[in-house]
Design a protein around this ligand. Structure first.
Ligand SMILES: [Mn+2]
Length: 339
């Protein structure tokens, strides 16, 4: 199949970028006709999911059908929660015959982002990632300065005079928050305007529920272990949780212990596969968790991070434990040698 990636300069692309929101909307609508069955292809994360829903809304009554497909398994619990609670209809790309769709739209991504995207012929791209080339695609709207594609989607909806439903507004609001990391990441004024617009329309309690959801019921037991194994000394918490299904839970436990007042350092470790994983948290005041992690574990495995947060992963065989079990005391000894 012909790939669409070409280094060409298409005047259409440049115009699309410079025009007003209304011009862009009409140019986008021009791509489609009543008989079209449209496939929206995304790499599923909140921003992409939200924008795909917005495209579905923009094309309602204008095409025969709109289907959303994604190649990736949605692993993050926050994102699973979003899909479940907003009842976002999704298909896996591998289960979809892409040729059966007359039009394909890619949002929050570009055809060279994943190998499985490259062989699909795309008719429209709406994205905020930097473009690696100029795409020879009928409609292209790429704005790399934007913090989220969701902000672009809001502009399309507003230009169309479509007030988003609570579900759509909630999705867009969450996508915008995630991609801008609550506006602590790069963004432009347009992101702020879209945020303010969605603020009154979104269900913010639901958004908070998405943000909070990062634990499985089966993982709560690690808190019991972490608290039972907890050692305290000189403003420092040490806890070894033992074998875990996913190292993510160690991060959650470490962040939880970091809520305690007067604690300068938190060290939480666990075993995942054949590796010891250690999570570091510090108050960041004249301390660097990243430097300490590297000093202790850099030579034994991989270690790094920032002032306040760091992580080390060390193959168990490099620890020379012999037949001794790794415990919170072992963790404490390892760290006290270097701190
Ligand atoms: Mn995005």
């Amino acid at each position: 199949m012909a790939q669409k990636r070409k280094k060409i300069s298409s005047p259409k692309i440049k115009q699309t970028y410079k025009n007003t929101a209304k011009d862009r909307l009409h140019a986008f609508w021009q791509v489609f006709s009543k008989e079209d069955e449209v496939l929206v292809i995304i790499n599923a994360d909140p921003d992409a999911l939200a924008t795909a829903l917005a495209v579905k809304r923009l094309l309602r009554y204008r095409v025969k059908s709109v289907t959303i497909a994604h190649p990736n398994e949605i692993r993050r619990l926050n994102n699973q929660e979003m899909v479940k609670r907003l009842r976002i209809p999704l298909l896996r790309l591998k289960d979809v015959k892409t040729d059966a769709y007359s039009k394909k739209v890619m949002v929050d991504s570009q055809p060279d982002h994943l190998p499985c995207f490259e062989k699909i012929e795309i008719d429209a791209i709406i994205d905020h990632h930097p473009a690696s080339c100029e795409w020879d695609v009928e409609f292209v709207d790429i704005r790399p300065d934007y913090g989220a594609t969701a902000s672009m989607a809001v502009e399309y909806l507003r230009a169309a005079g479509m007030k988003p439903s609570v579900a759509l507004a909630t999705a867009l609001f969450y996508g915008l928050k995630v991609d801008t990391q609550n506006f602590e990441q790069k963004s432009v004024l347009a992101d702020g305007i879209s945020f303010r617009y969605l603020f009154n329309l979104a269900n913010r309690d639901l958004v908070r529920k998405f943000e909070l959801t990062d634990l499985r019921r089966s993982e709560l037991k690690y808190f019991n272990i972490a608290l039972a194994e907890l050692k305290y000394s000189k403003g420092r918490y040490y806890s070894h949780v033992g074998r875990v299904r996913s190292p993510d839970v160690l991060v959650i436990v470490a962040d939880f212990l970091n809520h305690v007042g007067g604690i300068d350092w938190v060290f939480v470790s666990g075993i995942h596969g054949e590796k010891l994983v250690v999570i570091f948290r510090s108050d960041g005041y004249r301390k660097s968790a990243g430097k300490l992690a590297n000093k202790i574990f850099g030579a034994l495995g991989s270690a790094g991070g920032h002032k306040g947060a760091a992580r080390a992963e060390v193959p168990l065989k490099n620890l020379n434990l012999g037949d001794k079990e790794f415990t919170s005391d072992t963790l404490k000894r390892f760290i006290r040698r270097h701190i």
